[in-house]
Ligand binder design. Structure first.
Ligand SMILES: O=C[C@H](O)[C@H](O)[C@H](O)COP(=O)(O)O
Length: 294
């Protein structure tokens, strides 16, 4: 657990380094050296997980400066960031900020919390984007789409100069696909041939059913979602992302490689919450050598 502590200057402004370093040193002094499985199972209650998400939202929105164009992701974590952004705008701490919402939910929330939204097609650049994640590995490969919102999230995240991913500790995995299947957005007219092609890639596809509606989930873009498990794992996320997207009829899949510029990870330590960047987090934990212990 010794070694250089790597800070991502995109995530932590210089003034925060000492605080962050002190916290990390405290963790180490108290011997908080966790295995990744222990970390993943360590979020005791929904309330505790909510506290982690709120800490992430606060830290992330602290990176926004007046005059910026902000990309807004979707999901419970991104929603808290939108709320926090609205709060700072209302308090006058941020001025002339506009936002691009990736999906219906983020646009509605932005309006609700007083964040002015603009259309993606009307701006030239997104300065910073925030988004949640279902799984993230140590190389910043992401698995998204638990809320069937990944297609437009990938568009917004990829156009941002800085894409900050917000992950509570339960989201960090050794290999993508460990706890979630890969969501694939599919044109309804092409569903059967796409299912067959997904099987040839080694996947086990299942059309996602709606919860409070009979029949399938239909996305904001009018398509279906297929959740695909890969029983043999996903050793090369970028390769699988490309192979799935090459199937005609696939709109987009939830593997996101090479887009996140930084990943913030929130950790619960007793009653305290600490937010680290992924590199710091990785140095804190013991990676099990035996895959069975994950
Ligand atoms: O489609 C949904 C998105 O990829 C979300 O960002 C992801 O599911 C994480 O959501 P949450 O912040 O609610 O865990």
């Amino acid at each position: 657990m010794e070694g250089t502590i790597c800070f991502n200057s995109l995530v932590y402004p210089k003034t925060n380094h000492s605080t962050s370093l002190r916290k990390l040193t405290d963790f180490k002094k108290r011997g908080l050296s966790l295995s990744i499985s222990a970390v993943a199972q360590n979020v005791a209650t929904p309330e505790a997980q909510d506290a982690l998400k709120r800490a992430l939202a606060k830290k992330a929105v602290g990176l926004v400066k007046s005059g910026m164009v902000v990309g807004l992701g979707t999901g419970s974590t991104a929603s808290l960031a939108i709320e926090e952004l609205g709060r700072l705008i209302k308090q006058g701490k941020l001025k002339d900020v506009v936002a691009v919402g990736a999906n219906y939910q983020s646009r509605v929330l932005a309006r609700q919390f007083g964040v002015k939204t603009v259309d993606l097609n009307d701006i030239n650049i997104i300065d910073i984007a925030f988004d949640g994640v279902d799984e993230v590995d140590f190389n910043k490969n992401l698995l998204k789409g638990g809320g069937a919102a990944h297609t437009m999230q990938k568009v917004v995240d990829s156009f941002a100069k800085e894409c900050v991913i917000l992950a509570d500790q339960s989201k960090v995995v050794l290999q993508l696909g460990s706890t979630f299947p890969v969501p694939v957005e599919v044109l309804p007219a092409a569903i059967s041939p796409v299912l067959r092609r997904l099987i040839t890639l080694g996947g086990v596809p299942e059309i996602r059913s709606a919860l409070r509606k009979d029949g399938p989930v239909i996305t904001d873009l009018g398509n279906m979602v297929v959740d695909v498990s890969f029983p043999n794992g996903i050793p090369n996320p970028a390769d699988l992302e490309m192979r799935i997207n090459m199937i005609p009829g696939v709109v987009e899949n939830g593997i996101v490689s090479g887009i996140a510029t930084s990943v913030l990870v929130a950790i619960q330590d007793g009653d305290n919450v600490t937010v680290l960047d992924l590199e710091e987090f990785v140095k804190l934990i013991n990676v099990p050598t035996n895959e069975n212990s994950v």
